[in-house]
Design a protein around this ligand. Structure first.
Ligand SMILES: [Zn+2]
Length: 295
């Protein structure tokens, strides 16, 4: 599988690496995800991506350090591609219509290929926003230009716990990780970032949001009963790992089944892709059925 990231990774060579090659998940990867604590944690995404992304532009192998520094949307994009390869493009779910007076069951079906993706609008590692005079307030006008990088997987790894406890504090930490320069001050130091006015913070956050590539994380659904529409959040990390988690015990049963009949080692079976494993299971099922009928 190959493709092109909506954002891309700026290598130490100063070049943007966007095209990638992905290997399908093997039994080992599925086992790792099934056994990990914390469904879909950012650290687990980093590990899975470093195992499955074989090449990124001129970078190969893709180390966990590189996978960690991929932009948030690029990581989501890769998870969607891995999911498509393992389970197919179609997603089916059933939920209840949230509109008052309705509450009917709605079945949802969509293709991952249709999830909207927006590419980065400015190809650059660092970006600069000029704060408005309202945002600057009393601060020194030389501090109007703020230079930052976009949030990546390392920020998710560092801040996801804090985000659940204290969203405002997590945003402050995110800004202090991403802002590289305020006016002539490089690095700006914790205090200058803490002193940014609420207006300045929201202008910086808005600019980050506009510049970052995006993978849509909501799906619009129309209720067949009341014909009204509503938005369903698609938490890509949870969704991706949720699919695999339900299959943990099935994975071990499949390994047992193949080992029992083919006498392959556990290691050999776990290194197969899911597709290949399933193909052998199907062949085996056909053969066993024929034998049972003949008996
Ligand atoms: Zn409804």
């Amino acid at each position: 599988m190959d493709g092109v990231l909506p954002g891309g990774y700026w290598g130490v060579d100063g070049r943007l690496h966007r095209d990638f090659e992905l290997a399908a998940l093997t039994g080992r990867d599925e086992e790792l995800m099934a056994r990990a604590d914390g469904v879909g944690s950012a650290a687990l995404v980093t590990e899975v991506l470093s195992r499955c992304v074989q090449r990124l532009g001129g970078i190969s192998p893709v180390t966990p350090e590189v996978a960690r520094e991929l932009l948030v949307a690029d990581r989501h994009f890769l998870l969607l591609r891995l999911r498509s390869a393992a389970f197919g493009d179609q997603v089916r779910a059933s939920l209840l219509c949230p509109w008052p007076g309705c509450g009917e069951r709605v079945s949802l079906e969509f293709s991952l290929a249709d999830v909207p993706v927006v590419e980065a609008s400015q190809r650059s590692f660092l970006h600069t926003v000029t704060l408005s005079s309202e945002a600057l307030g009393e601060s020194d006008p030389v501090s109007a230009d703020v230079t930052f990088r976009l949030p990546n997987g390392s920020d998710q790894e560092e801040l996801s716990e804090l985000l659940a406890l204290n969203e405002a504090e997590a945003l402050t930490r995110l800004l202090s990780r991403c802002i590289r320069r305020i006016g002539p001050y490089e690095p700006p130091g914790e205090q200058r970032i803490a002193d940014l006015s609420p207006r300045a913070r929201s202008e910086i956050e808005e600019c980050m949001e506009q510049l970052a590539p995006k993978v849509e994380q909501t799906v619009e659904v129309t209720c067949a009963a009341c014909t009204r529409t509503f938005l369903v959040p698609l938490d890509i990390q949870r969704f991706f790992f949720g699919d695999l988690r339900t299959d943990a015990s099935l994975l071990y049963r499949e390994v047992h089944h193949l080992a029992f009949h083919y006498h392959w080692s556990e290691r050999e079976i776990m290194e197969m892709t899911r597709d290949k494993r399933r193909t052998y299971i199907n062949v085996l099922t056909d053969v066993l059925e024929v034998q049972n009928c003949g008996a």
